[in-house]
Design a binder for this molecule. Structure first.
Ligand code: BES
Ligand code: ZN
Ligand code: ZN
Length: 461
């Protein structure tokens, strides 16, 4: 899909956004949020799309409406479409473009019959610069790249493939480098938690470190670390059949890192970011790691593995320690589909936020509101740390609380034990990364790519 910016609409089909309380609405159209009405005129098709009450109209509502409108255009099989800037509440037209580009995404690699593809989008506005349109298109392309990685099979998107995708990013522009640790190197470096989780797999683990240096004038650098479990069977603590079939998406945190790094190199942003992907396949089998085993982490702390399904915190812990030891980041943010409990707590549209630093947490929360990718902070108190202490080792990977109480918090407490007082935030995306229900605005079915827009806001605004 190509995008161009024009002053007046030229195509036969066009999208017009209207609020409930605007005049000149067509008949039988109330303008309610997400309402769509197609009107066929002599030489034109007009797709009217409702935005609700004008005073409540925000970028989030506009993005969602734009996604609904563009899906109607696909259904009508139009090749070219003009989109008129509604100029409401100074919501930028880039919000509409975001809704259109993300809302029209489908994963059709394995479909014999491919969905209709729109060829050209014409943005009709004199309020926006072409550069802003181009930047939005790059951001959305990076999010769709991330979604493709999450949606595809676990026998295609292996740890080695994630490493290969990271290496490819270095060819897209300057200031980007990539280092990959293979299984042998992971073992040699004593990244023993990564080795343990990955040891039973048909596809060996990788630790990938991307360095993007867009501002060599400063030492400031943010590390973004992603959980890249390309398939989470649960290991010997095997998942039930109701929870296992979506577990190819357990690398969504890694996909956030890769999508973000792609956007940064394409946009040549003037910041420094270290992107780390810790990737394993959590298998069941005779070579898999065993509940009850004690493993010495990269940091030196020993871990009693009481549940092989609590694998994400293990591979993240080693990645965090390795990152601190080799890259001295000024702050660390990790993204992980870490716990089922976060889905119970916050549902499928809000991600969990945990942090050891109030200023960092506040900034992330605000970027959530600004980007539309919402976060809600949960606490970590001493009792949560205490619940992760082991009698036989330094830590356990499963809390002592009964019935997995406060599971998201205790997993975050486990991670915090490795961050050495560096400003750190953990974002649990288990509920938001993979939409098993119907499309909700630009958050389409299956992989959503949640986190990339949030981080772009955080790093560049
Ligand atoms: N990958 C899962 C978490 C998950 C659940 C992601 C649902 C996406 C959707 C994680 O590795 C896991 O299995 N967590 C366990 C931890 C428990 C054994 C302490 C959980 O949350 O049940
Ligand atoms: Zn698991
Ligand atoms: Zn997992």
């Amino acid at each position: 899909m190509q995008t161009k910016l024009v002053k007046a609409p030229k195509y036969e089909s066009r999208i017009v956004f209207l609020c409930e309380d605007m005049k000149q609405k067509p008949r039988d159209f109330s303008g309610k949020k997400g309402e769509v009405l197609v009107i066929y005129e002599t030489a034109r098709t007009v797709i009217y799309c409702g935005l609700g009450k004008k005073k409540d109209c925000t970028p989030r509502i506009v993005k969602s409406a734009a996604a609904i409108a563009i899906r109607k255009v696909i259904e009508l099989q139009r090749d070219k479409i003009s989109i008129i800037d509604p100029r409401i509440n100074s919501v930028p037209i880039t919000a509409i473009l975001e809704g259109v580009l993300l809302g029209s995404y489908t994963f059709s690699k394995y479909k014999s019959e491919k969905p209709h593809k729109i060829k050209m989008i014409e943005i009709v506005s004199d309020l926006v610069k072409k550069k802003d349109i181009d930047n939005t298109a790059i951001l959305c392309d990076s999010i769709c790249f991330s979604r493709d990685l999450i949606n595809d099979n676990a026998n295609v998107i292996t740890p080695a493939r994630l490493a290969k995708e990271a290496e490819k990013l270095t060819t897209l522009g300057k200031n980007m480098s990539c280092k990959v640790l293979t299984e042998k190197e992971i073992n040699k470096e004593n990244l023993n938690l990564v080795s343990a989780v990955g040891q039973g797999a048909p596809y060996p683990p990788r630790l990938v470190i991307m360095e993007y240096t867009g501002n060599p004038q400063t030492e400031e650098k943010t590390a973004i670390i992603g959980k890249g479990v390309t398939f989470d069977s649960g290991g010997l603590n095997l998942k039930s059949s109701t929870h296992i079939d979506t577990m190819r998406s357990d690398m969504a945190g890694a996909a956030v890192v890769l999508g973000l790094m792609k956007a940064l190199v394409m946009l040549q942003s003037k910041i420094n970011v270290i992107g780390i992907v810790s990737s394993v396949y959590n298998a069941i089998g005779s070579r898999a790691y065993i509940p009850g085993d004690i493993v010495k982490s990269y940091s030196g702390k020993t871990i009693e593995v009481l549940n092989t399904d609590a694998e994400g915190r293990l591979i993240l812990a080693d990645a965090i320690s390795y990152c601190i030891a080799h890259y001295a980041p000024s702050q660390i943010i990790d993204f992980a589909t870490l716990t089922g409990s976060i889905v119970t707590s916050l549902g499928t549209t809000i991600a969990g936020l945990f942090s050891n630093n109030d200023a960092l947490a506040k900034k992330l929360f605000e970027c959530g509101e600004a980007s539309g990718e919402l976060l809600w902070r949960l606490p970590i108190y001493e009792e949560h740390h205490d619940s992760m202490k082991s009698d036989l080792a330094d830590l356990r990977n499963l809390s002592k609380f009964k019935r997995g109480c406060a599971g998201s918090i205790t997993s975050a407490a486990f991670l915090e034990a490795f961050v050495e007082n560096i400003p750190w935030a953990h974002i649990d995306i288990a509920g938001v990364a993979f939409n098993e229900g119907e499309s909700l605005g630009e958050m389409v079915k299956y992989a959503t790519g949640f986190g990339i827009r949030l981080m772009m806001h955080f790093l560049t605004q």
